[in-house]
Design a protein. Structure first.
Ligand code: DON
Length: 307
């Protein structure tokens, strides 16, 4: 029997397409000049079925969505206890690029803000690893999560690097606070490289579905990460993944999620389905307007809400 899902996804896209609110990220030209007509969605079931609609082959940089996966890698490489000594798990209530350190112990509030993500990046492989070893480990793992070889968008990387004063500042503050032990500029460059990896919605939905499937990629069958790291990642995605819109997101959509400034959003309903949506225009909180609208609609229609 023909699945009704592709027709449903196409209809869902047409409902949100007229929404012209927001604007693409402005801080680098490559993102500011993105084609704002692009719109795509993909679902990957834990049984490995993949459905997608719209501009599902269009690639864009993964940006902050990478933070969820690099946090998982840091937990695997450094151990959860050590990661928790360096990075908290509380929402910061502030913008993603604020320093937001816990008073007293200087830990970044969570791994989804830049400070926490830069700290997580520094814990990949081991504290004395070279920058190449860390970025290589991250690109390989992201590729296994997506089920195909991914690449860094060098144009995005160079542009982000030109505009990296704030992230460099955060890196040096983290070093001074004793949170990272390696060279700040190298760690920040690596963090920017991880954000510049190109993906499409199908890649992201497979990556999200791997989180839903306790770390096993449901399409390739490969075990990518331990189930307990995945549980930690999904927990932090629930409380901090959509920044200061996390409360509204959990009440309206009801699943762990993570957004990126290029316009991608992933959602993960454990044991069931990984979801990804993409459209470049962002709301004032830095989340894609149409992707958020799509998730809200799909959650209502398909009963994604975990409650
Ligand atoms: O660190 C930055 O500024 C970007 N490269 C990534 C930020 C991002 O995606 C924030 N998310 N909405």
């Amino acid at each position: 029997m023909k699945s009704p899902i592709p027709d449903y996804l196409n209809a869902a896209l047409e409902k949100v397409r007229p929404n012209e609110d927001g604007q693409p990220a402005q801080y680098i030209k490559t993102l500011a000049n993105a084609d704002t007509s692009k719109l795509a969605v993909a679902l990957v079931m834990v049984d490995g079925n993949v459905y997608s609609a719209g501009d599902d082959q269009v690639e864009f940089s993964i940006q902050s969505i990478s933070k969820a996966f690099v946090y998982a890698i840091a937990i695997e490489d450094a151990g959860l206890e050590h990661v928790l000594e360096k990075i908290g798990v509380e929402p910061s209530g502030d913008a993603f690029n604020k320093l937001s350190l816990h008073k007293g112990n200087n830990r970044p509030m969570n791994p989804m803000i830049n400070a926490g993500a830069i700290a997580a990046h520094s814990l990949v492989v081991h504290p004395n690893a070279t920058a190449e070893e860390r970025t290589d480990r991250i690109l390989k793992t992201m590729s296994r999560l997506a089920g195909r070889q991914l690449h860094v968008d060098e144009e995005v990387y160079e542009a982000e690097l030109e505009d990296a004063d704030r992230n460099m500042g955060i890196g040096y503050m983290l070093k001074a606070a004793g949170i990272i032990s390696c060279r700040p500029a190298e760690v920040v460059k690596g963090y920017i490289r991880q954000c510049s990896i190109n993906v499409n919605v199908r890649d992201l939905a497979v990556m999200a579905a791997t989180l839903c499937n306790a770390g096993v990629n449901p399409v390739t069958g490969e075990t990518i990460m331990p189930a307990d790291s995945v549980r930690q990642v999904l927990s932090v995605m629930t409380t901090c993944g959509m920044y200061d819109a996390a409360g509204q997101w959990v009440s309206r959509v009801g699943i762990p999620a993570k957004s990126g400034v290029a316009g991608g959003v992933i959602g993960a309903l454990p044991g069931q389905v990984g979801i990804a949506a993409f459209s470049p225009k962002l709301n004032e909180r830095g989340n894609s307007v149409r992707a958020v609208a799509l998730f809200e609609q799909m959650s209502r229609d398909m009963g994604f809400h975990m409650m």
